[in-house]
Design a protein around this ligand. Structure first.
Ligand code: ZN
Length: 239
């Protein structure tokens, strides 16, 4: 059977689909994976992206952190693509129970998805470290250099930085969703980002699908693998 037709059939037979997505879901919305930040950037600052986006860096080299964060991780003009839209449609039709994402761009919510577990937080939530006041993404992006609260406190994005732990409630919600899923679709991730990769082990169903442009470590265990752009694949699904 053609792979898209097989995916279509699996979706038709499922009613508690969980989608687990990574950076590849948003690349079709022109959001690059910050880990792939080019050599030019490293040449300029002498630090790899993973180090810049760490808690230590945020505390000690705040200006440099925000320079990278605003330019390489905040894409406020990005729009949901066919993958985001199809997943929102599946949820609205009662087929999909949750989305678990490693992305921080908020594009699933922009597409209309309601149940979204954001493992790494969101650029759309930012809080003053002193008084707790909320600030939106535009305020942070448009700030001249480091964004400060009107009280003078430093604003921190609600994004999980390296060295920081994931939110326990988000982890538990994601695990529960995967445990009760009858179909698990993994998309746009090579599953190398710890500890997210371990979540997949909670799946007990028999419809495991991997949609990723390049091969992933899990391909061998999957019931179906499609190595094509995820938006194009999901865009062809009829609901
Ligand atoms: Zn404040």
């Amino acid at each position: 059977m053609e792979k898209i037709a097989k995916l279509q059939k699996m979706i038709e037979e499922s009613s508690r689909i969980v989608f687990f997505g990574g950076a590849g879901v948003s690349t079709e919305s022109n959001i690059p994976d910050f880990r792939s930040a080019d050599g030019l950037y490293q040449e300029k600052y002498h630090y790899p992206p993973e180090q810049v986006v760490s808690h230590t860096f945020f505390m000690r080299k705040t200006e440099l952190f925000y320079d990278f964060y605003k330019n390489k991780m905040m894409f406020l003009e990005a729009k949901p693509n066919k993958a985001h839209l199809k997943l929102a449609e599946l949820e609205a039709k009662g087929k999909l129970s949750a989305i678990i994402t490693q992305n921080i761009d908020g594009l699933h919510q922009a597409a209309g998805s309601k149940k979204v577990y954001e493992l790494h937080g969101s650029i759309h939530r930012n809080y003053c470290q002193k008084c707790g006041k909320f600030y939106n993404a535009a305020y942070v992006k448009n700030a001249d250099g480091i964004p400060y609260c009107e009280c003078g406190g430093l604003i921190k994005p609600d994004v999980v930085l390296y060295e920081e732990g994931l939110d326990n409630e988000v982890i538990q919600g994601a695990i529960n969703a995967i445990r009760s899923a009858d179909m698990l679709v993994i998309g746009g991730t090579s599953l190398v980002v710890y500890p997210a990769a371990g979540f997949i082990d909670y799946f007990r169903g028999n419809r495991l699908v991997v949609l990723n442009k390049s091969a992933t470590a899990r391909d061998v265990d999957a019931d179906l693998c499609i190595q094509e752009p995820i938006g194009e694949v999901l865009g062809r699904i009829q609901i």
